[in-house]
Ligand binder design. Structure first.
Ligand code: SF4
Ligand code: SF4
Length: 191
């Protein structure tokens, strides 16, 4: 892969790009889907073999995004990359770019949440071991778990107390450091 095709996400400053250590806004942790804007190239999804889905009469594609490779975006240098992807900056990135938070502190936040994410993902695989058709979004998993009523079952809570705590902390870290409005957990958010 030559340098111009090297996948990357949002630009950081001074060569320190926190996004290449993260990828949470593309891997289904923060969002279930990504909005397709009217100005986006309509042939792009077709060419790449991805169907759009309608949500509240608007077109989206699902996360985890198939163009993510590791934590990086394979479409980063493609000028057709979606408008919302080009524009999106999470709370942490904005804090970092404004100098409110240092590079090491931002990385520490990312590392902490990725450890929790790993635990939540392992939990989803325990509960849904056969669901291997498409990697489920972590966002959907936690949402479904909350809606399922399982969290209110004392036996379930006892067996999976550590994993449930990790789900809770994971969501709290997203709310505190990544979503745009502190303390607001979207039920059905869009990138
Ligand atoms: S969630 Fe924020 S820090 Fe992470 S890749 Fe997205 S914009 Fe960058
Ligand atoms: S196309 Fe958008 S959602 Fe997909 S990996 Fe790239 S930036 Fe993330």
């Amino acid at each position: 892969m030559n340098e111009s095709n090297t996948p990357q996400l949002c630009d950081g400053e001074n060569g320190n790009n926190i996004c290449i250590e993260c990828g949470l806004c593309c891997d289904g942790s923060m969002f279930m889907h990504v909005k397709i804007d009217k100005s986006d190239d309509p042939t792009l999804l077709k060419q790449l073999g991805v169907e759009s889905v309608e949500v509240r009469d608007k077109p989206f594609f699902l996360q985890p995004c198939i163009w993510q490779e590791g934590k990086l975006c394979r479409l980063y240098n493609d000028k057709r990359r979606f408008k919302v992807c080009k524009a999106f900056k999470c709370r942490l990135l904005r804090q970092y770019l404004s100098g409110e938070i240092s590079y090491p502190s931002a990385l520490a936040v990312i590392r902490e949440i990725l450890i929790r994410r790993q635990s939540v993902k392992a939990f989803s695989e325990i509960l849904y071991p056969d669901d291997n058709k498409r990697e489920p979004s972590i966002f959907s998993f936690i949402r479904e778990l909350n809606l399922s009523g399982k969290m209110k079952d004392p036996a379930f809570r006892r067996i999976y107390s550590k994993q449930i705590l990790d789900c809770f902390i994971f969501r709290e870290l997203l709310n505190r450091s990544f979503y745009k409005k502190n303390g607001k957990t979207p039920e059905l958010d869009e990138k």
